[in-house]
Design a protein around this ligand. Structure first.
Ligand code: NDP
Length: 246
């Protein structure tokens, strides 16, 4: 297998950690960004205990300047980025009639504008080298909407438009661009939901359980594989059957 350089944004989070681990176990050189150095170094030490080496660089994905600096730091240390996983994301849930401008902007900036900020400094190199894998971690709620998540659902739906346009523009350059839409995964983001709400969500999932971060990482492993070169502009639903069809 060819060893590639991979950047996973938000790699220190629940799903990000599983993606970082899986890519490293596949033999790729993996990097991620952080905002809080102390927290990130502690995370890096835990990864080392599992035999996983990760390159860390400071960077807030909402800033075009910081995102570009982050990409340059990774490329200087590990080489050109060939796999990009736009995974960093947040929620700021509240019904739309009560939503403040900062709650709207923060979510759109973190989840959607970040895709521009991080992908833009990466894409030209991928086009020159004629190989690349770009995956956006979207969400089930970007497809079906959710009460209290007009900001989040809009940002996640926007990732699909971004993906299919980039897929068209770059298919002739050996670059595939896809989204993965996770259903509800047992990470801090979902465990922060009140227990009774979580129980209702689980009751609605045909498989009768939350997903695991490793199940999302498995989808990433599939899409970055050398043999997945004809899969582009696709969305991979990984949701236990919670949302089927279109
Ligand atoms: P976590 O909250 O566990 O992790 C989010 C990661 O993103 C953290 O590493 C966080 O870093 C980073 N991050 C957030 N904002 C920024 C920023 N401005 N700049 C840089 N990094 C940032 O979330 P999950 O692992 O659960 O989610 C990962 C992705 O999967 C998200 O895009 C989410 O929307 C999506 N998703 C999750 C689902 C779930 O059930 N958990 C379901 C569907 C989609 P820091 O530690 O600095 O905050």
């Amino acid at each position: 297998m060819t060893s590639r350089v991979a950047l996973v944004t938000g790699g220190t989070g629940g799903i990000g950690t599983a993606i970082v681990k899986r890519l490293a176990q596949m033999g790729h050189k993996v990097a991620t960004n952080y905002r809080n150095e102390e927290k990130a170094r502690a995370w890096q030490a835990r990864m080392r205990e599992d035999g996983i080496e990760v390159f860390l660089t400071r960077g807030d994905v909402t800033s075009p300047e910081e995102a570009a600096a982050m990409v340059h730091a990774v490329e200087a240390a590990l080489g050109p980025i060939e796999i990009l996983i736009n995974n960093a994301g947040i929620t700021r849930d509240t019904p739309f009639h009560r939503m403040r401008p900062d709650q709207w902007m923060e979510v759109i900036n973190t989840n959607l504008n970040s895709c521009f900020n991080v992908t833009r400094p990466v894409i030209e190199g991928m086009r020159e080298r004629k190989w690349g894998r770009i995956i956006q971690i979207s969400s089930i709620n970007g497809l079906k909407g959710q009460y209290g998540q007009a900001n989040y659902a809009a940002s996640k739906a926007g990732m699909h438009g971004f993906t299919i346009s980039l897929a068209r523009e770059n298919a002739r350059y050996g670059i595939t661009v896809n989204t993965i839409s996770p259903g509800y995964i047992a990470t801090d983001m979902v465990m922060a939901v009140p227990e009774e709400v979580r129980a209702k969500i689980i009751a609605d999932i045909p498989t009768g359980r939350l997903g695991t971060p490793e199940e999302i990482a498995h989808g990433v492993a599939f899409l970055v594989d050398e043999q997945a070169g004809w899969i582009t502009g696709s969305n991979l639903d990984i949701n236990g059957g919670h949302h089927m069809g279109w």
